[in-house]
Design a protein around this ligand. Structure first.
Ligand code: DLL
Length: 429
């Protein structure tokens, strides 16, 4: 099942649509965004030089700094009169990135999300509890309008209020819930505490996104909730949730390439990587009026796979994002990603899937401290478990954490609203 025919169109037809939409997008950016006009002028280019997606490499990247420098609405191609909705990115430091939509933009976004829902196995008869935060964050309203576009039933419960979420899931027998992966696990814990067996509920799909989720974490979600866990990706600067999603095959996230054109580049050099090699995802919007964005460096690391999927969709698949280029942790010269710690933690049944990473500087030396929660029913030897986890971490990270703390179940704070934070870098504070 697909939501619309573009999802399975031959790639030659897709390319024609992309080129035509790119020309319009470039024209719009050049004529209506001073920032882009200057970029073109500085590079001796005019919109006529960009006829096809292959010409995109003539242009430099757009970065998050460009958004910050043109705060709040300097990247907009439309006056506020034509903008019907504002959202903002969920950055933790500095000014947020403000994004705007015309009614046409909202329609494109709704369709992108509706495609996602169908790909995840949902249809117009289904009931979806939307537990992403409503407000400036794109998650809540983004999923909401896509669920309505599909003609399914949305329960706009928003983030938090977890006991109520559990009751609603049970009382209304929802088919799906949309939330962050960390929240899905928290929901299972609260349901347990309330005496519900969440696996017995009709719930069959969790549409999780907005934060990284490793494969072992997905398995944990699927097992604890008795569901299929489907990964949805997106970012405010490009549209919000709905840039890509896994289909039921769960073997990569289909990017709606007629709306968003992807490239993958080496994060250090900006040069394209070979197909199938990991690099930073760069996206160009092809159907946005209020905020056309050319070659945006997302910071997210992935690979692209152009093989046709078993589901019949022809659009490219990206690997699920387990890290961002700027998530890289460097401790005493050793580099690793938080996802590597997560994978190790989840290998051990004796611990719960909750952890935090603290990096401090003491006497001019970096110290890495990892805190992991014991499983609720743990009654074994802590020192034995500590040494086994330490050993595994040293193998995977090529570095032995200075401290591994095993704390009682429930001692690491859960995130009820917004994105989970697992890494706390206290250096430079
Ligand atoms: O997080 C949009 C969203 C909402 C996506 C709900 C999925 C579900 P921002 O707040 O602008 O937008 O944050 C975007 O979040 O660049 C990634 O680093 C991260 N991210 C989003 N989805 C995923 C995912 C929303 N599925 C930033 N896996 C992106 C890993 C994700 N990281």
């Amino acid at each position: 099942m697909v939501f619309d025919s573009m999802e399975t169109a031959p790639r030659s037809e897709l390319r024609e649509v992309q080129d035509e939409r790119l020309q319009k997008t470039v024209q719009n950016a050049y004529e209506n965004v001073e920032f882009y006009r200057e970029v073109f002028d500085e590079h001796g280019l005019t919109p006529d030089d960009i006829q096809s997606v292959e010409d995109l490499s003539k242009l430099p990247f757009t970065t998050k700094e460009d958004f910050r420098d043109h705060y709040p609405t300097g990247m907009f191609a439309r006056e506020m009169d034509d903008v019907v909705r504002i959202h903002a990115s969920s950055g933790t430091t500095g000014k947020p990135k403000i994004v705007g939509y015309t009614q046409d933009d909202l329609d494109v976004w709704s369709k992108a999300v509706a495609r996602c829902l169908v790909a995840s196995g949902l249809g117009s008869d289904d009931v979806v509890q939307n537990a992403y935060g409503y407000g400036l964050f794109t998650g809540g309203l983004g999923l909401h309008q896509g669920i309505e576009e599909l003609g399914a039933t949305v329960i706009p419960i928003g983030g938090g209020n977890t006991q109520r979420q559990v009751e609603m899931l049970a009382d209304l027998g929802s088919d799906a819930i949309s939330c962050t992966p960390s929240y899905a696990l928290y929901l299972a814990e609260v349901a347990d505490d309330m005496g519900y067996d969440i696996k017995d509920l009709p719930l069959r799909v969790v549409i999780f996104g907005a934060e990284p989720c490793t494969e072992p974490m997905r398995e944990e979600i699927e097992e604890r909730l008795g569901v299929k866990g489907i990964d949805i990706y997106g970012l405010s600067e490009i549209v919000g949730p709905g840039v890509s999603i896994e289909c039921e095959e769960q073997n990569g996230l289909h990017i709606w390439e007629d709306y968003f054109y992807p490239e993958v580049v080496d994060p250090n050099t900006g040069e394209p990587v070979e197909e199938g090699e990991e690099g930073e995802l760069v996206l160009t919007t092809l159907a946005k009026d209020a905020l056309p964005v050319l070659r945006y460096r997302t910071g997210d690391l992935t690979t692209l796979n152009y093989d046709t999927c078993e589901c019949g969709r022809t659009c490219v698949r990206m690997d699920n994002i387990t890290g961002r280029a700027d998530d890289l942790i460097i401790v005493r010269g050793v580099n690793f990603y938080p996802s590597e710690v997560e994978s190790v933690v989840l290998e051990f049944d004796e611990v719960a899937p909750h952890y935090r990473i603290d990096i401090r500087r003491e006497d001019n030396l970096d110290k890495l401290e990892i805190t992991v929660e014991l499983a609720e029913d743990f009654d074994g030897s802590r020192s034995d478990l500590t040494s086994r986890i330490q050993k595994r971490l040293s193998n995977v990270l090529s570095f032995t954490p200075d401290k591994l703390d095993l704390v009682e179940y429930g001692n690491i704070a859960r995130t009820e609203v917004g994105k989970v934070q697992r890494v706390y870098d206290h250096r430079g504070q």
